[in-house]
Design a protein around this ligand. Structure first.
Ligand SMILES: C[S@@+](CC[C@H](N)C(=O)[O-])C[C@H]1O[C@@H](n2cnc3c(N)ncnc32)[C@H](O)[C@@H]1O
Length: 200
């Protein structure tokens, strides 16, 4: 799906995935060391605005111009500051050791781009920095309550262990849970949740 697809989705008045953060992020945000957090493929900014509200210095990256506008709007409405970067993760890379935390919530990138990004997350983190991820797993194809319909875009604990070079995986589990995160992510869902750390 290209940026035009996402611009059309985010061009609507309503927030496609709501204005509240992802459940896994809400439950685990406290694991992120205080400081700077990068939200990958952050869409309309719900997770970024939440983290900014907790006192983090947040950068959100997405290749949808409409998503970036929505992120800026949500930050304004919530009275927080988020740096919203309009960029394609196929070419954009975070500077080395520039974030205490990196967050990827339903960041279903094209597989080569995902591998590239997962390859530099460890370098982007400061020593001791934390990576939080929730994504749909292949079992989601049978549940059909949101997410890509192409298995190559989905993730497993094993694929994450392989791709997240340089990070220590503290936990990576495949689960089923109720997801109620906007009109496009609603219902019983199969996801992978991972917590990883750059060794100090
Ligand atoms: C399912 S949405 C998730 C949005 C957000 N993380 C959330 O949880 O609400 C996937 C996002 O990936 C973004 N995306 C896909 N490919 C991208 C790329 N190559 N570079 C940057 N963003 C990309 C889309 O624009 C879209 O916002």
């Amino acid at each position: 799906m290209n940026s035009t697809f996402w611009d059309e989705r985010y061009g609507a008045e309503a927030f496609a995935y709501g204005t509240e953060p992802n459940d896994f992020l809400r439950a685990n945000a406290g694991r992120l060391p205080k400081g700077r957090v990068l939200c990958l493929a952050e869409g309309e900014g719900r997770n970024a605005a939440f983290l900014a509200g907790l006192g983090y210095t947040v950068t959100a990256v997405d290749f949808s111009a409409e998503g970036v506008k929505k992120t800026q709007r949500l930050a304004r409405e919530k009275g927080v500051t988020v740096t919203a970067v309009h960029a394609d993760l196929a070419t954009w890379t975070a500077p080395d050791a520039s974030f205490e935390g990196v967050v990827a919530i339903f960041a279903h990138l094209p597989p080569p781009v995902r591998r590239l990004v997962h390859g530099w997350v460890a370098r982007a983190l400061t020593p001791g920095g934390v990576f939080l991820l929730e994504a749909y797993s292949p079992a989601q194809l049978a549940l059909n309550t949101g997410g890509p319909r192409d298995a190559a875009f989905l993730m497993t604990p094993a694929s994450l262990r392989e791709e997240l070079q340089g990070l220590t995986i503290e936990s990576a589990v495949e689960i089923e849970r109720e997801v109620r995160e906007g009109a496009f992510h609603t219902g019983r869902a199969a996801t992978v949740q991972a917590i990883a750390r750059r060794p100090a």
